[in-house]
Design a protein around this ligand. Structure first.
Ligand code: UGA
Length: 434
């Protein structure tokens, strides 16, 4: 098939590269000329395991980049993978998505056969139906001709494992208004993946598809906050929350994943989506008590981590290492990283922060230009009076004699990646929930 994808962020680029690898002819539209040029040169603009190889293989050939929306006229289906960020009150900001949809509509005005537009972006239930259908119809002058339809196909891939998640998903959700042409086309796009994997295909309405995405992320956020709440209680009672979670996870109804307690959830999705769902619920006069609690617990975890350091040292004017800046391992994304409140808290205490991350340093430097950045974990630990482990990178698990370089070996682990046995004699190790 010929597929166009609007947006070259984590989702758009991954979907574009994976669909090209599945045999489709793909064009990826973005306003950023550098990103487009990179794609045509076979280079990835984002750090995502496996993505660079796919783009190197297909870029400029099976996978092309362009800034021209007119390219969609030569395709059968267009995916909208544009950001839907939060406004100040947490509600969803549809301005970028609407502008993109308008450009798609204008391009479709000059297309004379059926076209399917698929919403990949995360949107509040009713957005496809109430916002995008009229907008596209208006921009393309074709609402009466009914020669386009809009489907919802939310994305569940995770950053850091985006390629494998997309190519081997647990489920694929097709939300349509019942138009058979839309459903057939979605099946055609996903045919190679459906054939080769055990993915469940869920065919449902558009509103349901939109809600499934929020419900998924809200559940994951609440699951982590619940285990953090339990973990905080464990810490008070001298109980190891990881032993508890391991046993809980053996219950099929609970499952072992997303039970890692620690400094909490960040990223561009869980915080934004929980906030948007709460804001949407409020417009209907419903207060989602559990989701509010999940957010509150998450906001408290960084301060709990800092309090553990306070128990052992006055950090004012002391050099303190922050290990890990990315919101999770495997990505250079620092959006809503728990490292942000940790760095802010350390600076409020007057500490001299020296931070290290294997790939996210430059992104964090844009946010905190005034702190020191080390080139290695060893460099960050050198002469420090405390270390806070914020991202669970594998390379931190391998650290051992490097801790001997600390002036004061106090290690507070927010991700359970340091083995306390490797610390020098007399060192202090605090796990956040164990
Ligand atoms: C999340 C969802 O997992 C994806 O299914 C979804 O597609 C994506 O949002 C999205 O909406 O685009 P992502 O934000 O990439 O994916 O990251 P996750 O793997 O969900 O991790 C989120 C945060 O939770 C990270 O800060 C991570 O460190 C934390 N986490 C995760 C824990 O603290 N404990 C855990 O057990 C798991």
């Amino acid at each position: 098939m010929k597929v166009s994808i609007v947006g070259s962020g984590y989702v758009g680029t991954t979907v574009a590269a994976c669909l090209a690898d599945s045999g489709h002819e793909v064009v990826n539209i973005d306003v950023d000329e550098d990103v487009v040029e990179n794609l045509n040169d076979g280079l990835s603009s984002i750090h995502e395991p496996g993505l660079d190889k796919l783009i190197e293989k297909h870029g400029g050939d099976q996978l092309r980049g362009t800034t021209d929306y007119g390219a969609i006229r030569d395709t059968d289906v267009t995916f909208l993978a544009l950001p839907t960020p939060s406004t100040d009150d947490g509600s969803i900001d549809l301005s970028v998505l609407k502008a993109g949809a308008r450009s798609v509509g204008e391009a479709l005005a000059e297309k004379d056969n059926y076209h399917l537009v698929v919403v990949k972006s995360t949107v509040i239930p009713g957005t496809a139906e109430d916002v995008l259908v009229p907008l596209l119809g208006d921009a393309s002058n074709s609402i009466e001709r009914r020669d386009f339809s809009i489907a919802s196909n939310p994305e569940f891939l995770r950053e850091g494992s985006a390629v494998t998640d997309f190519l081997d998903p647990d489920k694929i959700v097709f939300g349509t208004d019942g138009d058979e042409r839309a459903l057939d086309r979605l099946h055609d796009v996903y045919h190679p993946i459906i054939e080769e994997t055990d993915a469940a295909v869920v065919e449902t309405g558009r509103r349901e598809a939109e809600m499934i995405k929020y419900a998924n992320n809200a559940f994951l956020a609440a699951k982590i906050s619940l285990i953090n709440d339990i973990g905080n209680i464990c810490k008070e009672f001298g109980v190891d929350a990881y032993d508890v979670a391991d046993a809980m996870g053996l219950d099929d109804r609970i499952g072992e994943r997303f039970l890692r307690s620690g400094v909490g959830w960040g990223g561009s999705c869980l915080p934004k989506d929980v906030a948007a769902l709460c804001a949407a619920a409020r417009t209907q006069d419903y207060e989602p008590a559990l989701l509010h609690a999940a957010v509150e617990i998450n906001e408290r975890q960084p301060e709990n981590m800092l309090a553990l350091l306070d128990d052992h040292a006055d950090v004012s004017d002391k050099r303190i290492a922050v290990l890990g800046l990315a919101f999770k391992p495997g990505t250079d994304d620092v959006r809503n990283s728990r490292a942000i409140p940790i760095i802010e808290g350390l600076r409020k205490r007057g500490a001299v922060v020296v931070a290290y991350d294997p790939v996210a340093t430059e992104n964090m430097r844009a946010q905190f230009p005034g702190i020191d950045y080390a080139k290695s974990a060893t460099g960050a630990l050198e002469n420090s009076h405390g270390a806070l482990v914020v991202t669970g990178w594998d390379e931190f698990t391998a650290l051992s004699h490097e801790f001997e370089r600390m002036a004061d070996p106090i290690v507070v682990d927010g991700r359970r990646v340091i083995n306390p046995k490797v610390l020098p004699d007399g060192a202090t190790y605090e796990g956040l929930t164990w």
